[in-house]
Design a protein around this ligand. Structure first.
Ligand SMILES: *Cc1c(COP(=O)(O)O)cnc(C)c1O
Length: 474
């Protein structure tokens, strides 16, 4: 009955039907549709009763793990709790029923929302102008890099190279390549920071930008950032900030003040909008004044009379990069989050995110020592070197206790500094209570004990799930 492979087609029973839309066929709007639009009988849709549909999707939702049913300490990708009040905002009829093809002049409310959110993103990041349209972090990166490319093309400089540190998220080199750049990898030093000697040597006149995440995806603050910015700018290049995850520094320090020229932000990691399974997010991209003209469209401006509308006088813009206006409902949630948190609340969220990560790092250190010594920021990289099994197996066993596996780092996993063996990147987030963190630490201890005494148990995990090891050979 509940086989994972069961689809709505398997539930098809001729004649079974939902009456949720009963009477729709008789509405004037339906009657006005041309005949071809009503030829639904040929579509071969399953006939399923309403209760079967509800049970089908409820069952599927229970078979997966989400931040709403348990801890989700996934490093770098920030699965923090998304307050439900923001879902209510997204359902406000004026926004929910706005049509993508509606004339722009009738979308005043959407544009006013965009103008306010653009201003907030600029304020939080220390930038001048912002475009909210990118659909996710990776598209924000692409938009930011195309903006940089347009800038250098316009001023007549040939700079085909983008530098990326070896600790970067995998999307960084991919976006650089997609934007038409040659990507060169800057090594990290033994402390996990940028190797300054290598950077100096790599900053040649053909470099357009250096992409950096700070704190890095190793959870470490790049304390040489002021010197890095000076070096990059002295070379005539720009500094790109991958702000997918701003959780360590909201209200504490701004990328713009560190010397960055371009930044993208993932609202679905930092501003508490949902994500997962490739679902819609948003990756606003913001820039300093000198690059504002090249930003993608729309950039919304407020006229003297208070009316907001996209700025149509931007001839140097790289143009539209996302269909229609971007993910309005996601951006609305981000706006709701920022308004309810306020400036002081954002700072407190970041302080708690860092405190929680350091608490976990400290408590777990006897089992999973941190790869880099010292305090971490919002996430911590823990080594699996003391395990009999491996960090990968340890993480899979956590699934049996209702905890989502942390991000696995090292050989065969994600793109990371070369000599890193098996490790886990853990980001507890600020929305987990002390009680939840202590519960998670207790589970980690239990699995560590199992790893020492019953390797087979850990190696066969997870045993509690419908699907256990997708594409996992090791
Ligand atoms: C998640 C992440 C990205 C990519 O964001 P998507 O929304 O998944 O495209 C880029 N950089 C960093 C540091 C990230 O954590």
């Amino acid at each position: 009955m509940s086989a994972i492979s069961q689809t709505l087609l398997d539930l098809h029973r001729p004649g079974a039907a939902s009456d949720a839309l009963g009477g729709m066929a008789d509405t004037p709007a339906m009657a006005a549709l041309p005949a071809f639009a009503k030829a639904r009988t040929a579509m071969g849709l399953p006939e399923v009763s309403e209760v079967d549909v509800v049970r089908h999707f409820t069952r599927l939702s229970l078979e997966s793990h989400g931040v709403d049913n348990g801890p989700y300490p996934l490093g770098s990708c920030t699965m923090k709790y998304n307050p439900k009040r923001n879902d209510v905002l997204a359902l406000l009829p004026g926004f929910a029923y706005a049509h993508p093809l509606q004339p722009s002049a009738t979308l005043g409310g959407v544009w006013a929302l965009y103008e306010r959110l653009q201003t907030m993103v600029c304020e939080i990041t220390g930038m001048h102008s912002c475009c909210l349209a990118p659909a996710a972090g990776a598209q924000g990166e692409l938009a930011g890099l195309l903006t940089i490319r347009a800038h250098f093309q316009h001023i007549g400089q040939n700079r085909p190279v983008v530098l990326v540190p070896d600790s970067a998220h995998g999307t960084n080199p991919a976006s650089a390549a997609m934007a038409g750049f040659v990507c060169r990898i800057v090594p990290s030093n033994p402390q996990g920071r940028v190797d300054m000697a290598a950077l100096r040597a790599m900053l040649t006149p053909d470099v357009a930008a250096f992409m950096l995440t700070n704190p890095s995806t190793l959870g470490l603050f790049e304390d040489q950032i002021v010197e890095i910015a000076a070096l990059v700018h002295a070379n005539g290049a720009l500094l790109y900030y991958d702000g997918a995850n701003l959780n360590a520094l909201m209200g504490i320090v701004r990328p713009g003040d560190m010397g960055f020229d371009v930044v993208h932000v993932n609202v679905h990691k930092t501003f508490a909008t949902p994500h997962g399974g490739g679902g819609p997010g948003a990756g606003p991209v913001a820039v300093k004044h000198a690059l504002a003209a090249y930003l993608p469209s729309p950039v919304v401006v407020r006229a003297a009379d208070g009316v907001c509308a996209p700025d149509m006088q931007r001839p140097l813009s790289i143009g539209q990069i996302k269909s229609f206006h971007g993910h309005v409902a996601v951006l609305l949630r981000a706006y709701g989050y920022l308004r309810t948190m306020g400036a002081a609340g954002l700072r407190e969220a970041s302080e708690n995110a860092v405190l929680n990560a350091n608490y976990l790092q400290h408590q777990l250190a006897p089992m999973l020592p941190p790869v880099y010594l010292g305090h971490c920021k919002h996430e911590t990289l823990l080594s699996g070197e003391r395990l009999n099994t491996s960090a990968r197996q340890f993480a899979k066993r956590l699934i049996d206790y209702g905890i989502h596996p942390p991000t696995l780092v090292g050989a065969g996993c994600v793109y990371f500094p070369g000599d890193l063996k098996s490790a886990m990147l853990i980001e507890p987030t600020e929305t987990e209570s002390k009680a939840s963190l202590d519960y998670q630490i207790g589970i980690f201890r239990k699995v560590f004990h199992e790893d020492a005494h019953d390797e087979a148990l850990v190696n066969n995990a997870p045993t509690s799930r419908k699907i256990a090891r997708i594409d996992a050979k090791g």
